[in-house]
Write a protein that binds this ligand. Structure first.
Ligand code: URA
Length: 296
């Protein structure tokens, strides 16, 4: 298999993508390399799966194992990514840029969640210039009712975690991998995550945080395009660049990403709060923040 595209074909593809962009089409969905090349996934996997299965989803592998599809696509072939300049990228005001993304999302029917009882799309909330961004899994009943992420019990705990860092909810940006409530608060399917997350990637590219904190395994695995347990994912920073968005800011070439436990998991197992606090302290150090004194 040649690892590079014929330059003629590459030019033709780029012209076709520009044509689609001009018609207002920006999102292209890519099948895994193994599907395109007709190679069984079991043979073509670039990386060994390191997921473990446990009855505690937060500690194990909540989603069906996924391949790091972005990593599996040779750079030379990554023409879709290279060409996808999004409409909001011509706008410097992040408020306006986020509005453009929201409008592009529209009354979304791209995945099945739109017909499974969602009341509204939960886009994201907070400081459009935030240095710190939290990404959860998907809206629950309270979020679906109010149209804002993390406003239920898990949200109260997240607010407390943010406060413990010495900042307020209004100073950060908060969003989810999927923007519609999965029925019965089930874990979003991989396909739902992959359909919805390009919009989150665009939000991240607009906000340009210094650090993204992935809350829980679904957020971590979707953002990092890798499958691993929480134990393996936590405790370090990853270099993160939103996929599918061409950078247009010389001052922002991605950010750090840290993984911690989802607040809903911490509500179920409060003994892990100390571990989560360690993760947040690592983030605070990176951002040069100091926790307030206990009695202030
Ligand atoms: N859980 C999430 O992952 N996101 C929310 O917005 C609320 C609960």
């Amino acid at each position: 298999m040649p690892r590079t595209l014929d330059p003629e074909l590459r030019r033709a593809l780029a012209a076709r993508i520009r044509y689609y962009n001009e018609m207002g089409i920006y999102d292209f969905y890519r099948r895994p390399l193994s599907v395109r090349a007709n190679i069984p996934e079991s043979i073509s996997a670039d990386q060994p799966e390191i997921a473990i299965s446990t009855s505690q989803p937060e500690l194990g592998d909540e989603m069906s194992p996924r391949k790091a599809t972005a990593a599996a696509v040779p750079v030379e072939e990554n023409i879709f990514e290279a060409s996808a300049l999004k409409p909001e990228q011509s706008v410097s005001d992040p408020v306006k840029a986020l509005k453009i993304i929201r409008e592009d999302l529209g009354d979304c029917t791209r995945c099945v969640l739109h017909k499974q009882g969602r009341k509204q799309i939960v886009f994201g909330v907070g400081n459009p210039r935030a240095e710190l961004m939290f990404v959860g899994e998907g809206p629950g009943a309270d979020e679906d009712a109010q149209g804002e992420p993390f406003v239920g019990r898990a949200g109260q705990l997240l607010n407390n975690m943010i406060k413990a860092m010495g900042i307020s909810r209004e100073q950060v940006y908060i969003a989810n991998i999927v923007k519609c409530r999965p029925p019965g608060n089930r874990t979003p399917e991989r396909e739902e995550c992959e359909t919805c997350s390009p919009f989150l990637m665009r939000q991240i590219a607009v906000v340009k945080p210094k650090v993204v904190v992935a809350l829980g395994a679904v957020a971590a695995k979707t953002l990092l395009a890798m499958s691993a347990s929480m134990m393996q994912l936590r405790g370090r920073f990853y270099e993160f660049r939103p996929t599918g968005v061409r950078g247009n800011d010389p001052n922002w070439d991605g950010c750090k990403l840290a993984v911690t436990y989802h607040p809903a998991f911490l509500l179920r197992d409060p003994r892990q709060k100390g571990e989560a606090w360690k993760d947040l302290q690592m983030v605070m150090k990176e951002l040069g923040m100091r926790a307030p004194k206990a009695n202030t």
